[in-house]
Design a protein around this ligand. Sequence first.
Ligand code: HEM
Ligand code: SF4
Ligand code: SF4
Length: 505
Amino acid sequence: MRVLARLDAAFNALYGWRWNPLYHSGALVVTCFAVLLATGLYLLLFYRTGAPYASVAAIDAQWWGGRWIRGLHRYVSDLALLAAVVHGFRMFAQRRSWGPRALAWVSGVVLLGIFFVCGWTGYVMVWDAHGQLLAAEGARLLDALPVFSEPLGRAFTGEEPLPGAFFFMNLFAHIALPIGIALFLWVHVSRLARVQLLPPRRLLWGTVGLFAVVAVLWPPPLGPEADLLRLPATVPTDWAYGFWLTASRGVAAGWVWAAGGAMALAALLVPVLTKPRAASAPPPSWVNPRYCTGCEQCYEDCPYEAISMVPRDDGREGTVGLVDPAKCVSCGVCAGSCAPMGVGPPGRTGRDQLAQVKEFLAGASLGPGDMVVVGCWYGATGSTEVAGARVFPIGCVGNLHTSVIEYLVRAGIGGVLVAACPPRDCQSREGVKWFHERMHNGREAELQERVDRGRIRVAYAAAGEARVLRDALAGFRAHVRLLEAAPGEHDFNVGAECEVEETAT
Ligand code: HEM
Ligand code: SF4
Ligand code: SF4
């Protein structure tokens, strides 16, 4: 999706791809959740359901602590919602929303809903004019449902003071909902291997520090105390949790429910609506027991825990890999993991890739000085014409069997530029990470020692970063020219290349 590609490229230019917050939006929500728990516990020490507004005002009067902690709690709750929407949108735009990922999708929608309701109850706790507005609107909406025998709205007419039980129930909900968040988060990531729950340290502490500084310098104002006899006509509302108030207040409750319900239903149905037709859906991977030696590498590497090792039933000793099609998203990472090329989605195994590269070379008449870009479909090569080089497309560089690179180099071409997506943006979650390990750190199915590494380079270029790819190619071409002029003097700089890996994990 073009918007996403442009945004990613802009953020990469600003932060560098290692710390691009868009790539870590899910992990940033988890960071926010942790900060909310910590700051919330502090606020809870001083909050009184018997005197909600006065207790928040007392917290606000603690200029050394309570004021900025309340500010941090509020700002981070806004960030959590924003980051969750960005993260969900990324998953949608990258089509990571159907098949085995449906569980993560649906639980993500539920998580977003819980975050929203939790924030709602949080604002009501303050019991200022904004909280009053949220509470009264909530009561009006709930009264439209056949749930309560007595209309809740009556409590907000001002005829009688609000019962203390209201604030107690609201506080109870505000504390219980995070338990629901923790439970659904567990479900959310339950099908993923090695989940990255937190962003890289620099991004984590940078974000928390930045929001803390903002909370110290610009603590959120405390609005006027709620007054049931005077429901204010206009109240400054929070953009994240109160954005809908203006639209909803003038509309019958039934319509608000209908609109909200339709949006929730549409979001929940995304896995069904985005599922490709059977004919175009990428088929799951499978293991060919004839080639499988039982090394367990695909079982280790699969980012979706879709492979298990089972006893062989073909008369040979040991175990053999077995793919569970219900868990396999067809990312193809296993194809790059298997030295004997015994596993992968049909048509994308190491063996298939070798056959394809042979065909590619046969039809290309390439020689010394010519460049081949082995490019990921989802990255810059998928969206760009690469001038001055032939492109050998590969699903994701995580699929790439290192023997394909070896084959290209041994065929005598000038250089092989592997164009990968930035590691944390890998469509297959861990494809780029494992590719890097095979190239530089001897992970099983590694690039063999005998291959001339001076002829190989890896560039990280996201879909909107055609320029990055072009520059990398130009730099590499210059390097290859030097190589051809004086072979042996310009060796591959393993150290510089390996630096990337620090943040690839
Ligand atoms: C609201 C709180 C949310 C949190 C804390 C959260 C967190 C996470 C985390 C940590 C991951 C794993 C990232 C990785 O290691 O690769 C993940 C994956 C995922 N999330 Fe969320 N998420 C949230 C909301 C959502 C929403 C709203 C959606 C979409 C509606 C969503 C859809 C997904 C999907 C589909 C995956 C799996 C990606 C894949 O299989 O490749 N999440 N989430
Ligand atoms: S990586 Fe290949 S050889 Fe090793 S267990 Fe998987 S299929 Fe078998
Ligand atoms: S294609 Fe391979 S690595 Fe990817 S989910 Fe399926 S079994 Fe796992």
